[in-house]
Design a protein around this ligand. Structure first.
Ligand code: NAP
Length: 295
């Protein structure tokens, strides 16, 4: 058996088409244009690439985008002042502060300063609290993208044994929370593994849906996967560069071997990655609707 590929590239494209139509409707029927502010402090090349692709994505969908590149020595209070201004700017529906931030700036403080109504990254503690309580909120983009991949990829989550390897605040913990909710596209029995888990394979071998968010190339091997499982690979590990300087990426799953055991699998690249940006766009549209009581 060779696994069916769940293509994040294709599913993200479907969602983009839906968003495009919704953005046109918002503009024509309500005069509303969603707007995303991106703030980047310093000149980290990876951060610049990420922000660049978010801006491009806004432009291709008709979302207004305003980018605020700040010097590396920006003080925390200057950054907080800018966020406060953007919190009150009616053209801005969502605010994204690219991390990592330089050491003089407290990341937690910055996330807290973003209005929960504009928290399109879904990292504000108010958003996280609502997510845990199963209330409507902005869900963090990568975990929400994983849920959409499962739903649109035709994978039943209700009653499924989901095993997540990795418990970070941006992937493992939120995806566990999302998938354990008593809701459509969730309602799973969830286990989280981490570096202190005694026998990871004993858990992963039970998984109907195995989610790998570890940050270690090919960590999940074929002997750790139950026959017929769905495997979602969040890992984005750079293992080299092409002669042209393009990053060569490898997931946390040994794709070539695991695809012979699993029933469905996401590739890297082209799996979870494209979903993250499109869910950010979806949150920005949602924020614009929320600001105009159109939800
Ligand atoms: P992270 O913050 O470094 O967390 C890694 C998690 O894996 C931790 O919970 C850690 O356990 C666990 N872990 C590490 N080594 C382990 C081991 N030997 N056995 C069991 N668990 C182990 O990473 P992250 O931010 O969640 O990211 C994970 C991967 O996803 C990275 O490759 C990242 O680049 C990628 N990613 C991709 C996207 C996307 O859009 N595609 C978005 C976010 C992240 P402890 O908690 O015990 O340390």
């Amino acid at each position: 058996m060779t696994a069916r590929i769940i293509s994040g590239t294709e599913i993200a494209q479907q969602i983009r088409e839906e968003l495009k139509a919704e953005i046109i409707h918002l503009k024509e029927q309500h005069g509303v244009v969603p707007g995303l502010a991106t703030i980047i402090v310093g000149d980290d090349p990876a951060s610049q690439t990420y922000v660049g692709s978010k801006i491009k994505s806004c432009q291709s969908l008709g979302i207004f985008s305003a980018n605020f590149p700040l010097p590396n020595e920006t003080s925390e209070s200057d950054l907080l002042d800018l966020i406060e201004k953007l919190n009150h700017d009616p053209k801005i529906s969502g605010i994204l502060v690219q991390v990592p931030l330089p050491s003089q700036i407290d990341e937690g403080c910055v996330m807290m300063a973003i209005s929960p109504d504009k928290d399109v990254d879904g990292f504000h503690p108010v958003s996280a609290g609502r997510m845990v309580a199963g209330q409507p909120t902005f869900l963090p983009c990568t975990p929400h993208g994983i849920q959409e991949l499962l739903i649109r990829g035709g994978v039943e989550t209700k009653g499924a044994e989901v095993v997540i390897v990795g418990r970070s605040n941006i992937v493992g913990k939120p995806v566990a929370n999302i998938l354990m909710q008593k809701a459509n596209g969730a309602n799973a029995t969830v286990t989280i593994c981490h570096s202190a888990t005694r026998d990871i394979s004993a858990h992963t071998l039970r998984a109907d849906i195995l989610i790998a968010a570890i940050g270690k190339p090919k960590f999940i091997t074929a002997d750790m996967v139950k026959a017929g499982a769905t495997v979602i690979d969040v890992g984005t590990n750079e293992i080299g560069k092409t002669p042209a300087g393009k990053r060569i990426l490898c997931g946390d799953v040994d794709f070539d071997k695991v695809k012979e055991v699993a029933a469905a699998i996401t590739p890297v690249p082209g799996g979870v990655g494209p979903m993250t940006i499109v869910m950010l766009m979806a949150n920005t549209v949602k924020a614009a609707k929320l600001a105009h009581q159109l939800n």
